[in-house]
Design a protein. Structure first.
Lengths: 145, 405
């Protein structure tokens, strides 16, 4: 039996902790604005001169701001399975950070299972895989599903 | 600059001497060919020779290699280099308006008297994909790689939000498509000239729920051009009452922008800063109104960026034709149909054209000029004196142009 390596779809954007996965953003130490994807250079709040940003774990739970699905395979660089299986996408509002972040839904969750306001939580899941490597990404899963 | 009554800063106006287009379609020929065709049509419309042009301001295409990044020069070269000044600009869907803004600025600064603005594109089939190569630091590449988030996915998020917040229905969205298909029926430059029924729209395949194939704009080949000049030059040229460009807005969003925008993974965070009172899409038109010293009540006709059927409804609100949540009523009352109070997309819009990115914002202006001159055969908005365009693209780009008689 071979062990495949697990790699994140993007380095540093989320933890690889299966039990307590989280998106990793940054926070300006001057004004407190949170950035995802992580901002490293300087604060993008135009009223703030902050240049120090610290890593921060984003809330794992949020509510759906809006949602849709992909009925046809997106073009490369998306790695689509063959045959293609439609997937669902949601924009999720995180209350503490006051931002909205996109993500796919886990398999089996269709648009018919969602509405604006549905509570979802973040999980780690496979984006694509081959014999050697499993590429991981964050996905949303309705709470209690 | 002069200060008008009410304290509004007003920017000087420039005259539109001529407009021209290459019809929209899908032929896969070199984009320069479409640009040259449109430029020659606009010059003929203006009664000018190519050698009269003092500035060529091109709108770039990013899908046609190096010649596309220097579109102004590529098209000028094909017309025969004449020693004119040249500029090439890229601003996503607002590229054409940015190219117009360059021309206007040089005319108002007295650097040139007459300028040719031109944009043209040749597009691949299917979904717009990011430019090739592995580029993990480019959000436009990453959103395809990590999320599989195509352009229609973003349009669909707005559409679904509209349904949940304002109670819009599939039938409302389909009615926008039916209206625009009727509008574009007799437009010789439109790619799709076919009436469709609500049933046909709702029976077309779902692409990104709730948007169906007939509700999402295609990618097209095409070209559009306008000839702009100083008011003095227009008078010397014998035009006493030309259509004038009263405003060009190309504002960026204000932080924090709390609407998810292509190609982003997330919105800005509002945790430390108050959300601006005017959201980005509203601010694009607001800046144009302010510059022209007019308001939404003055608008007789509008060309807005209907990347999807549902998005056209958002634009009614964004350009101030009605309050938030009232767009469906405007549509149902026939206000935005030709013959109604303020027709929207009399050209047929992106629905009948598909998108030829660098040409599209210029094409919107071409249509309004024809409307204001009473030359929009088969789709004329009677008595139109003032028109507004609006569009939005990736990376904080958007534009709005106001033209008037």
């Amino acid at each position: 039996m071979t062990t495949r390596t697990r790699v994140p779809a993007v380095e540093g954007w989320f933890t690889l902790d299966d039990d307590d996965p989280a998106l990793l953003g940054t926070r300006c130490t001057t004004c407190g604005t949170v950035f995802f994807p992580r901002e490293e250079r300087s604060c993008r709040n135009p009223e703030c001169d902050g240049t120090e940003l610290e890593e921060v774990r984003l809330s794992r739970r949020g509510t759906v701001w809006s949602y849709t699905n992909a009925c046809y395979a997106p073009p490369p660089p998306y790695v689509a399975p063959d045959p293609f299986e439609p997937f669902t996408l949601a924009a999720v509002e995180l209350a503490d950070e006051q931002l909205v972040v996109l993500g796919q839904l886990v398999d089996g969750v269709g648009v018919e299972h969602l509405s604006v306001g549905t509570e979802v939580e973040l999980v780690l899941d496979t984006l694509f895989e081959d014999d050697e490597k499993e590429t991981l990404v964050w996905k949303w899963k309705p709470v209690g599903a | 600059m002069e200060v008008e009554a009410g304290g509004r800063m007003s920017v000087g106006e420039v005259a539109v001497l001529g407009v021209g287009m290459h019809p929209w379609g899908k032929w896969g020929r070199n984009f320069v060919e479409y640009g040259v065709h449109a430029a020659q049509a606009a010059l003929a419309d203006a009664g000018l020779r190519w050698t009269d042009v003092q500035l060529v301001s091109g709108a770039d295409t990013i899908r046609n290699g190096y010649p596309g990044f220097v579109a102004g020069a590529s098209i000028a070269s094909a017309l025969g280099f004449s020693g004119a000044r040249v500029s090439s600009a890229y601003a996503a869907c607002a590229s054409g308006a940015t190219a117009m803004d360059v021309a206007r600025a040089q005319i108002l600064a007295g650097i040139v008297d007459v300028a040719l603005v031109v944009g043209a594109d040749t597009t691949p089939k299917g979904f717009f994909a990011p430019v090739g190569g592995d580029r993990p630091d480019d959000p436009d590449w990453l959103r395809f790689r990590v999320l599989g988030a195509t352009n229609p996915a973003y349009f669909a998020l707005y559409a679904r939000r509209r349904m949940d917040v304002f109670g819009a229905t599939d039938a409302d969205f389909a009615k926008v498509k039916v209206k625009n298909a009727q509008h574009g029926l007799h437009n010789p430059n439109a790619r799709y000239r076919k009436e469709v029924t609500e049933e046909e729209v709702l029976g077309s395949p779902m692409v990104a729920d709730p948007l169906r194939l007939l509700e999402i704009c295609a990618t097209s080949d095409g070209g559009a051009a306008v000839v702009l000049a100083s008011m003095d030059y227009a008078r010397r040229h014998g035009m006493t009452d030309p259509v004038r460009v009263a405003a060009i807005s190309t504002v960026t969003p204000r932080f924090p922008n709390t609407v998810i925008e292509m190609p982003n993974f997330a919105t800005d965070s509002a945790v430390a800063t108050a959300v601006p009172p005017v959201a980005f899409r509203d601010s694009i038109a607001a800046a144009a109104y302010e510059q022209a010293g007019v308001g939404p009540d003055d608008v007789d006709v509008a060309e807005v960026y209907d990347l999807s059927s549902a998005l056209e409804l958002d634009w009614y609100e964004n350009i101030g034709l009605c309050k938030e949540g009232e767009a469906e009523r405007l549509l149902h009352d026939g206000d935005t149909t030709i013959g109604g109070r303020v027709p929207v997309n009399p050209s047929g819009g992106l629905s009948c054209f598909g998108e030829a990115i660098p040409a599209q914002a210029i094409a919107q202006v071409c249509e309004l000029v024809w409307q204001l001159q009473g030359r929009a055969e088969g789709r004329q908005v009677e008595g139109a004196r003032l028109g507004i365009t609006a569009n939005q693209g990736l990376f904080g780009h958007g534009s709005s142009v106001i033209v008037k008689r």
